[in-house]
Design a protein around this ligand. Structure first.
Ligand code: GAL
Length: 241
């Protein structure tokens, strides 16, 4: 059976607010017929009761925003030796919910999978909000046409996704040493990576990162019904320790 590592960052309030519901929804809908192991990066060690068998807790200190998102690739890279054993790795924001079946054929056709950002899908501004500082490793030249992707869900075949993780981690470090934090943090770096590797990327519609409480009919006529929903939340509140 195909084995999948699901990567989740749930430091601070994210564990108590979101983990359980995301986990349950994933067990119900995400890649049935695969064997999933969840790697949960969290500092909520004293809140852990009855952790399911397929959940591995990795202690991760809370950091103020944007640390937990900017450093996600650092977190994953730190356990790459453990992750190696899986066939595929997928990251999802923990403040999401699976609401419909996501089958393997949908995600496993290429080395990587990315999700077109719901805010820019098929709009005049499909290039979204890439990094525009030429000194950043995330810089995408304005002449390059591409579809901006969301950071909220991503993944790929383990061997390749681990390479991507490592590369993006180094790029974030190099930027940091040069006094640069890309405009949308890890998402900017992921967009750059996807642009450079686009023939190896399967692009999902925003049904894999669909904003909660958005009327699908008023959104776009060709979009498929959501499979993974990005939950509404008070960002300032949940980002506090
Ligand atoms: C927002 C989203 C951010 C980031 C941004 C990019 O809608 O909440 O996480 O993706 O778009 O412009």
């Amino acid at each position: 059976m195909t084995t999948v590592g699901v990567l989740l960052v749930a430091t601070g309030k994210y564990y108590s607010h979101f983990f359980e519901n995301l986990y349950k929804s994933s067990e119900k809908f995400f890649l049935p017929n695969t064997q999933k192991t969840y790697y949960v990066f969290t500092d909520a060690i004293n809140q852990l009761t009855a952790v399911p068998e397929n959940v591995i807790i990795v202690y991760q200190e809370w950091e103020p925003f944007p640390g937990p998102t900017l450093h996600r690739y650092h977190y994953f890279d730190s356990i790459s030796e453990i992750l190696k054993k899986h066939d595929y790795l997928f990251y999802t924001d923990v403040d999401m919910l699976f609401v419909d079946t996501v089958s393997s054929s949908y995600l496993m056709s290429k080395a990587f999978v990315a999700v077109v950002h719901p805010g820019f899908y098929k709009t005049f501004n499909h290039r979204g909000t890439p990094e525009t500082n030429p000194n950043s490793k995330a810089f995408i030249d304005p002449s390059v046409d591409f579809e901006y992707v969301a950071g909220g869900f991503q993944g790929g075949k383990t061997k390749y996704f681990l390479m991507a993780i490592h590369t993006m981690k180094l790029s974030i470090d190099i930027d940091f040493d040069n006094g640069i934090v890309p405009v949308w943090h890890d998402e900017s770096m992921w967009n750059k990576f996807v642009v450079l590797n686009k023939s190896n990327v399967h692009f999902c519609q925003p049904d894999m990162c669909f904003p909660q409480n958005t009327n699908i009919n008023s959104y776009l006529s060709d979009i498929r019904a959501p499979k993974l929903i990005a939950l509404d939340k008070n960002h300032t509140e949940v980002r506090k320790k």
